[in-house]
Design a protein around this ligand. Structure first.
Ligand code: ZN
Length: 161
């Protein structure tokens, strides 16, 4: 397995819209394994392909219940709302309160090409929404007011120097 380097904001790849995966071949399976490896090494609970520079619709997660790799994930139902503090491997040192749906239903394919249908709440619902956001180039700093965002970016840039 290969550990990738996680890109950091403001790398422009993090803003790209990711392409759906048409064929689940060995490369995709390998990529999912490498992403899990990278996520565990960096002590994250989720990772999306664009975070390692690959603009394809693949995310991996492990909130403590074991690894999950989802291809072309889509939120098909969402309800409730909840605010929780989140961080992101692309924005080290930044933690921000993010409002998200409390419960989501996500459909996807797993690396074997089987259909997956997940009804998630709590941390899993949050992690899924965070990672799926990455596939359309959305980051946690986009989920707050412009004023808050400007402050966070200032703080982040200072810490990166
Ligand atoms: Zn993230």
């Amino acid at each position: 397995m290969t550990k990738f380097e996680v890109l950091r904001y403001p790398n422009s790849i993090l803003r790209k819209k990711c392409d759906p995966i048409e064929t689940i071949d060995d490369d995709v399976v390998q990529l999912a394994q490498d992403m899990l490896e990278t996520m565990y090494e960096d002590k994250g609970i989720g990772l999306a392909a664009p975070q390692i520079g690959i603009t394809r619709q693949l995310i991996v997660l492990d909130i403590g219940d074991g690894p999950l790799a989802l291809i072309n994930p889509k939120i098909v139902e969402a309800e409730g709302s909840d605010i929780m503090e989140e961080g992101c491997l692309c924005l080290p040192g930044i933690n921000v309160d993010v409002e998200r749906s409390e419960r989501v239903r996500v459909i996807a394919l797993d690396p074997k090409g089987e259909a997956v249908d997940i009804d998630a709440d709590d941390l899993l619902a949050r992690a899924l929404q965070h990672e799926i956001d990455h596939l359309s180039g959305t980051l946690i700093i986009d989920k707050v007011s412009k004023l808050k965002r400007d402050l966070l970016i200032k703080k982040y840039k200072k810490a990166q120097q």
